[in-house]
Design a protein around this ligand. Structure first.
Ligand SMILES: [Ca+2]
Ligand SMILES: [Ca+2]
Ligand SMILES: [Ca+2]
Length: 340
C-alpha cells in the first residue's frame, strides 16, 4: 500500500509538475478562387437589360451622351470562400481582373470595390457581338433596377452596396487590374466566413463623372482561363489541437488527465477530443491515456521510460485527480473497468 501511495504521489507530482505547452506550428496558407457568379448592371430606367452570361463585366461610363440614362455600367462579382477552413484568420485579400477592352487613347481610371448588401441573379443572357450594351433581361436576372427580375427591386437603382469602398485600383486600357489587399477587403472576407449567407460579393464601381471611363473585364465565362476573375486569399489556420489536450487550452497537463478520468470507460464518437477520445476507437480508455502520456514525454520532460508508471498506476493518478475535480462516481466506475 505504501508503495502504491508513493507511486500515486510520484505520478501525481509529475502530472502537476510537467505542465507542458504544446506549441503547434501556425500554418499559413493561400487559396485562389474563380468567380462563383458575375454580371453587369446596365443603366436602364426600365430595368430591361442584363448580360450575366457574356464573357465580360462592364464597369464605368461609356461615351454615350451624359444624361441619356443609359451610359453607366457597374460590375457584380461574388466568390464562394466557404472552402477556407473554419477558424482561419484572413491575412490578405486581392482581386485580379483582366482588361479585355477599353476606349482608345484614354488615361487610367480609378475603380472601387464595394460590399454588396443584397443578393442578385447572374442569369445567362449573352448579348451578341462584343457586348457593352446588354440584351433583353430574363426573369431572375439582376438589372439596374432589380436584384432578381421582375419582382425583387434594389432599394436604390444601380444596386445596394456599402458606400465606403473596400479597395481601389487604377485600371489601364489592357493587362491586369489588381485591387490590392486592404483592411476592409480582409474584413469583408472574414465576415463572409462567419456569415456565408451574407456573402453577396462586391459591386465594381467606376468613375461615372467622366465619359469613356468604361472597361470590359474578362468574366468567368471568358474563354481563356487566365483572363477570368481571380481572388487570392492568404490566411492563417489556428494551431492544430494536440491529442491529449482535452480542454483545448494548448496545454497537456493534469487538468486534461482529470477530464479524461471523468469520462473514462464511456463511449463517444471517434476522436471526440472534448471528452478525451484520441485513439479513434470511440472509447475513452487506456489507449487515450497512453496518448496523453506520450505527449508529456514527446517534448522530453517526462520521466525516463523505465520510470513511466504502468497503466494501473496511471489510473490511480487520474482517479485521484478526478476525485479532486468532482468526478468521483465516474472514476470509481472507471476503476472497476481498469482493474478487471
Ligand atoms: Ca457571368
Ligand atoms: Ca489542456
Ligand atoms: Ca479511445
Amino acid at each position: 500500500m505504501q508503495q502504491m501511495i508513493r507511486l500515486r504521489c510520484s505520478f501525481r507530482i509529475s502530472c502537476i509538475a510537467f505542465v507542458v505547452l504544446i506549441a503547434s506550428p501556425v500554418a499559413a496558407d493561400v487559396m485562389t478562387f474563380g468567380a462563383a457568379k458575375d454580371a453587369t448592371l446596365y443603366e436602364s430606367l426600365t430595368g430591361s437589360l442584363s448580360g450575366g452570361g457574356e464573357d465580360g463585366i462592364f464597369v464605368g461610363r461609356t461615351d454615350t451622351t451624359p444624361g441619356a440614362n443609359a451610359d453607366q455600367r457597374r460590375g457584380l462579382i461574388k466568390f464562394d470562400v466557404g472552402s477556407i477552413p473554419n477558424g482561419a484568420t484572413i491575412n490578405s485579400v486581392s482581386l485580379r481582373l483582366s482588361v479585355t477592352r477599353a476606349p482608345s487613347g484614354v488615361p487610367p481610371t480609378t475603380m472601387t470595390l464595394h460590399r454588396l448588401l443584397g443578393d442578385w441573379g447572374e442569369g445567362t443572357v449573352n448579348p451578341a457581338g462584343q457586348g457593352g450594351g446588354g440584351a433583353p433581361a430574363a426573369n431572375g436576372d439582376a438589372t439596374w433596377l432589380h436584384q432578381f427580375r421582375p419582382g425583387d427591386l434594389w432599394n436604390s437603382p444601380g444596386g445596394d452596396f456599402v458606400s465606403q469602398a473596400s479597395a481601389s485600383a487604377s485600371v489601364g486600357s489592357s493587362g491586369f487590374a489588381t485591387w490590392s489587399s486592404s483592411s476592409q477587403l480582409v474584413a469583408d472576407v472574414q465576415s463572409w466566413l462567419a456569415n456565408p449567407a451574407e456573402n453577396f460579393g462586391w459591386l465594381i464601381h467606376g468613375n461615372e463623372a467622366v465619359v469613356r471611363t468604361a472597361r470590359k473585364f474578362g468574366s468567368r465565362e471568358f474563354a481563356a482561363p487566365n483572363s477570368r476573375p481571380l481572388l487570392t486569399v492568404d490566411f492563417t489556420l489556428p494551431p492544430a489541437r494536440t491529442p491529449g489536450d482535452v480542454n483545448d487550452d494548448s496545454v497537456v497537463d493534469a487538468a486534461d488527465v482529470a477530464l479524461l478520468a471523468a469520462s473514462f470507460g464511456t463511449t463517444t464518437t471517434a476522436n471526440n477530443f472534448d471528452v478525451g477520445e484520441f485513439s479513434g476507437d470511440g472509447l475513452v480508455g487506456l489507449a487515450d491515456l497512453a496518448i496523453v502520456q506520450r505527449n508529456f514525454s514527446a517534448i522530453g520532460l517526462a520521466p525516463s521510460p523505465a520510470a513511466v508508471p504502468e497503466p494501473s498506476a496511471l489510473f490511480l493518478c487520474i482517479a485521484a485527480l478526478a476525485v479532486i475535480g468532482g468526478g468521483k462516481a465516474r472514476s470509481l466506475a472507471a476503476a472497476k473497468c481498469c482493474t478487471r
